[in-house]
Design a protein around this ligand. Structure first.
Ligand code: FRU
Length: 481
């Protein structure tokens, strides 16, 4: 069975996207992060290592830089270092996904073919979300990981539920498990679980988790995976209000560590915690690399307020760098850029150790960098030590014990700042990944990721110390080839 209508839709979308790409403004367009050639992207989907390559699919609206009827964009890589673009993988073409091929995941089937599970999305009122959604879980398969054939609906839920989406599938023992997010009839955010022996027939198992926070009415993009001696449940609760430094974005992603085994509920051992404290981090998904590492990509974008490039530059949204997911002894989940990243930015300058009084320029003009900075805080007197990256200020605040990204000088909205708590003993290492339109900061066990905008002209990198001196014991700056 070939899906002729899907092929036609993919061709049409590809042609429109090519036109859009001709008008792409590259001032903030990523050089080493995944983004669409033009147009809008959101969630990473279908992450998998298949036939020797890492495949990354993503929610994509190829026609404009705004969210719209969702397609799956696609790139792949042999090594997480160099990436190749592929044709759009999935487009709306059947009755059940006519308003969008929503988020989902991938797994290799028993016959060696690639299976993807995604949400077929329809507006309940036929035009928009005001009356809720009509959502089902669908399946598609592929021999080569590039061209897909749709097999239709595999999970149809109680049709009165307004949100029912984002299947994540894995295999354990001789069974396949699927979790996805749902809004219950009484508006609680839940994770539902289905089980299958063959990827074809799925049976309801249980509501494996309900968010104890009654403000959370829907949990988007749940991901349940083993890590160390426990299981981690990652999800994106819709509804909770802002809370100090937390939940500052319209959409926020976090996790709970707990225990789970087949035929059991998920038992939380921790409270819900943010995964990344930045302005743009959402809908993360993980997968297992061939060497057993648990890797994650997140989406850097926003639904609520336009991002800097939107409306002018003909693209919106990118993914984070791939991050390794680690479970620390205190049941904290830590995210670290994968080791492969040093091969993406291989040209290293070693600045040695020095003391900053006022300011020290590291580079006159740098669009992309991987900066690693170790601060001796016991020996420093500075209240804040910062990295001015063109119009973006990345800092460690020794009074508040926070590391942050401040965009107040950005040439366009959005501005404001985000900050994460850090516990800096005597020393703190900051790892700062700078791309043309984004910054990701890793410090201690925490991270902060925001999209950024720089004014025209050179993008200088300057270290600053406020209210005293900063003692830097190591400073490496790596740049792109
Ligand atoms: C999360 C999300 C998912 C949905 C997709 C639609 O960002 O809202 O729940 O499947 O995006 O693009």
């Amino acid at each position: 069975m070939t899906d002729e209508l899907m092929r036609t839709r993919i061709e049409k979308a590809t042609a429109a996207n090519k036109k859009l790409a001709e008008k792409l403004n590259r001032r903030w367009y990523p050089r080493f992060h995944i983004a669409a050639p033009a147009g809008w992207i959101n969630d990473p989907n279908g992450l998998i290592h298949f036939q020797g390559r890492y495949h990354v699919f993503f929610q994509h609206h190829p026609y404009s830089d705004e969210w719209g009827p969702m397609h799956w964009g696609h790139v792949s890589s042999p090594d997480l270092v160099t990436w190749e673009r592929h044709p759009i993988a999935l487009a709306p073409s059947i009755e059940e996904d006519k308003d969008g091929v929503f988020s989902g995941s991938a797994i290799v089937g028993p016959d060696g073919r690639l299976n993807v599970f995604y949400t077929g999305h329809r507006w309940r009122n036929g035009k928009d979300g005001t009356d809720g959604n009509l959502q089902v879980q669908c399946r598609a398969i592929s021999e080569d990981g590039i061209h897909f054939e749709k097999l239709g609906v595999v999970v149809e839920g109680p049709s009165e539920l307004l949100d029912f989406r984002d299947p994540k599938v894995w295999k354990q023992g001789d069974r396949y498990y699927m979790v996805f997010g749902a809004q219950s009839a009484d508006h609680r955010g839940q994770v539902w679980m289905y089980v299958s022996r063959d990827l074809e027939t799925w049976e309801f198992d249980r509501v494996v988790f309900q968010d104890p926070n009654p403000d959370a009415y829907m949990l988007e993009c749940p991901d349940l995976f083993p890590l160390g001696d426990h299981w981690v449940l990652v999800y994106c609760p819709m509804g909770p209000a802002k809370d100090g430094y937390r939940n500052r974005n319209g959409h926020n992603a976090g996790y709970v560590v707990g225990d789970w085994a087949p035929s059991q509920d998920f038992t939380p051992l921790t409270e819900y915690r943010p995964l990344d404290w930045g302005a743009n981090f959402y809908a993360p998904q993980t997968f297992e690399a061939p060497d057993g590492r648990r890797l994650m990509f997140g989406w850097m974008g926003a639904f609520d307020d336009p991002v800097a490039s939107q409306g002018t530059d003909n693209w919106a949204g990118q993914l984070t760098v791939p991050r390794e997911v680690l479970l620390l002894d205190d049941l904290q989940v830590a995210l670290r850029p994968v080791a492969e990243l040093t091969r993406v930015l291989p040209n290293e300058s070693d600045f040695g150790s020095f003391t900053v009084t006022g300011a020290k320029t590291l580079a006159e003009d740098l669009t992309c960098a991987d900066i690693e900075l170790t601060l001796d805080y016991a020996a420093s007197t500075a209240e804040r030590i910062g990295l001015q990256l063109a119009d973006t200020f990345v800092y460690y605040d020794d009074l508040a014990h926070r590391v942050g990204i401040d965009r107040r000088q950005a040439p366009v909205e959005p501005r404001g700042y985000r900050a994460a708590p850090v516990d800096p003993d005597d020393e703190l290492t900051l790892r700062v990944l700078v791309d043309a339109g984004s910054v990701e900061v890793f410090a201690g066990d925490t991270c902060v990721s925001s999209l950024t905008a720089a004014s025209d002209g050179p993008r200088a990198v300057t270290l600053t110390a406020e209210g005293g001196d900063a003692v830097v014991t190591a400073c490496h700056v790596r740049t792109l080839d």
